[in-house]
Design a protein around this ligand. Sequence first.
Ligand code: DQA
Length: 148
Amino acid sequence: MKILVINGPNLNLLGRRDAEHYGSDTLPAIGQALIEKSKALGCELIFYQSNHEGAIIDFIQGKTDEADGILINPGALTHYGYSLHDALVDAGLPVVEVHLSDIHTREEWRKLSVISDIAIKQISGLKKQSYILGLEALVEHIRSGKKK
Ligand code: DQA
């Protein structure tokens, strides 16, 4: 089973961003924790990060046929990334949306996710653990054979 792990704009700077919201883990540290989890779950991860919506869409389109699911933290694209939304729909793969911070208790504009309607689950506010629980939920969903 192959899972695409996608991180959007500014997440390459984790470790230097506001630790109160995002924690102190770097993106490679989160990746390492996910690799450990993936071994326990028996799945393979393909990582991608970009600050550009179009590049993320190119990546999704290029990998759709070999992947079984998508774990994504879209960064600020969460709130306005309609092209990303459409690319995720077109991929036809189960999607879990994760956020380090709790987007529901921050600024008003962060409360809206244009991705959540197509995600099987949104996990928000648990810092690195959002990714770990997100991966677990995604793998469980795929193994259950459920449609979206
Ligand atoms: C984020 C929340 C977004 O609002 C923000 O723009 C990010 C990170 C999170 O993980 O908490 O860059 O997706």
